[in-house]
Design a protein around this ligand. Structure first.
Ligand SMILES: [Zn+2]
Length: 124
C-alpha cells in the first residue's frame, strides 16, 4: 500500500512530505508504523487513540497541517493510515487537518494559505 513519500522543503512550513507518484482520491496510501508509541503527548507525535501517541520520524512527524488538506489521518482503524481526500498529483505536498485528531496541545498560527484558513491549529 505504501506510496513513495519524500521529505522536501515545504510550501507550508519547514520540512514537509511529498508524494513522488499520483494518488487516487480515497486511496489508503501509507500505513503508520507503530514502533514508537507513548501514552502521553510529546512534541512531533500524533494522537492515534486515547492516551496513545505515535512517533513516525520517516513520514507522519513531517506531514504539515492544512485547513484544506489533501489527506486524512484515519485513526478509526486497527492500523492508522493516511487516506487521500482527493486525487493527489506527483510532487504535491501531503497535508492533513491536525484539528481532527488532536484534542489537546498548543494553538499555533496557521500558515497554510488556504482560502478557508481557520488561522490556527493544534499541535502537540
Ligand atoms: Zn490554515
Amino acid at each position: 500500500m505504501n506510496t513513495e513519500l519524500q521529505k522536501r522543503k515545504s510550501n507550508i512550513n519547514g520540512t514537509g512530505i511529498f508524494t513522488t507518484q499520483s494518488i487516487q482520491g480515497g486511496a489508503e496510501f501509507y500505513a503508520i508504523p507503530l514502533d514508537i508509541i507513548f501514552n502521553e503527548p510529546k512534541p512531533k507525535c500524533a494522537r492515534i487513540a486515547e492516551k496513545k501517541y505515535v512517533s513516525d520520524n520517516k513520514v507522519l512527524n513531517w506531514v504539515n497541517h492544512s485547513c484544506a488538506p489533501n489527506a486524512k489521518l484515519d485513526i478509526m482503524r486497527s492500523i492508522p493510515v493516511l487516506t487521500a481526500l482527493r486525487n493527489i498529483a506527483p510532487d504535491e505536498e501531503i497535508s492533513v487537518n491536525y484539528n481532527e485528531t488532536e484534542v489537546q496541545g498548543i494553538k499555533v498560527k496557521c500558515t497554510c494559505k488556504s482560502e478557508n484558513c481557520k488561522q490556527y491549529f493544534i499541535r502537540l
